[in-house]
Design a protein around this ligand. Structure first.
Ligand SMILES: CC(C)(COP(=O)(O)OP(=O)(O)OC[C@H]1O[C@@H](n2cnc3c(N)ncnc32)[C@H](O)[C@@H]1OP(=O)(O)O)[C@@H](O)C(=O)NCCC(=O)NCCS
Length: 225
């Protein structure tokens, strides 16, 4: 039986031992908020990119939500995205890429697995204009049993308090344009679009939130105007 209220739920810092749970949650929420299992032959690839490295690399923060059945949600991110990306390219990607060969770029029937494997062999990250104002980034995913109970907000509060204490001035994230539930959640939280959105494409939307300075008002995350 799963608990029916968030009282039975614990939020704590993530640890390397949570990696298997994070890989599974990332897969089960990786298709626009829904289950990405049918998209992958190797179920770990998506989480090895988007979730697990935050348990291991410098300049990261990770918190998990755990109920009686185990870890069922996380929020992970980097305080300084540039430092994080450097460590990802230097340390993490080579460590993971050793597990599989580099798929040829011109293979006629490229799969999602091929795309991720190539990304680990040739990691590249954009340096968008909002890095100066929003240097941090995050990913949040809850299994369905934790969704719609206010737990996303609790995780976000915990994460943003830690980011604020670390001195970050702002945080950004990417969300699938068709993931309307997540977009609503971020909007309610105060995130705003960092660039114009083309609602006719199935791409990603970039959102940002400015953070208060710790000495002025540590508990609030309303966007600064
Ligand atoms: C997107 C996501 C993080 C949002 O977290 P969430 O906690 O489920 O947030 P939701 O907005 O869906 O649910 C909050 C709702 O729970 C309900 N709720 C029930 N009890 C609550 C409580 N104690 N406190 C607050 N809300 C509560 C409310 O109806 C609230 O809606 P409201 O803010 O309009 O009143 C989560 O649904 C998720 O992980 N989805 C799948 C993965 C995903 O899409 N991740 C984002 C990828 S970019």
């Amino acid at each position: 039986m799963h608990p029916s209220s968030s009282e039975a739920l614990r939020i704590r810092p993530g640890q390397p031992g949570d990696e298997a749970a994070l890989l599974q949650i990332c897969l089960l929420t990786g298709d626009g908020g829904g289950d990405a299992t049918p998209l992958f032959e190797d179920p770990d690839l998506i989480g090895l990119w988007y979730a697990a490295p935050y348990l291991h690399l410098p300049s990261t923060l990770a918190f998990v939500a755990e109920d009686e059945a185990g870890v069922a949600g996380y929020i992970v991110g980097a305080i300084d995205s540039r430092l994080y990306h450097q460590a990802f390219v230097r340390e993490w990607a080579p460590r993971i890429a050793r597990r599989f060969p580099d798929p040829p770029d011109d293979r006629p029937s490229r799969t999602q697995d091929d795309d991720y494997r190539r990304r680990f062999h040739h990691p590249e990250f954009d340096d968008p204009p909002w890095f100066e104002s929003h240097p941090s980034h995050l990913h949040i995913d809850l299994l369905p049993r934790l969704q719609g109970r206010g737990i996303g907000r609790r995780l976000m509060d915990t994460f943003l308090d830690a980011l604020t204490s670390a001195g970050s001035g702002g945080v950004h994230l990417g969300v699938g344009a068709s993931n309307h539930r997540a977009r609503r959640f971020y909007r309610r939280y105060g995130f705003t679009e960092l660039e114009p959105v083309d609602e006719t494409t199935s791409g990603s939307v970039s959102l940002g939130l400015c953070l208060p300075r710790p000495s002025t008002s540590p508990a609030r995350h309303a966007p600064l105007s």
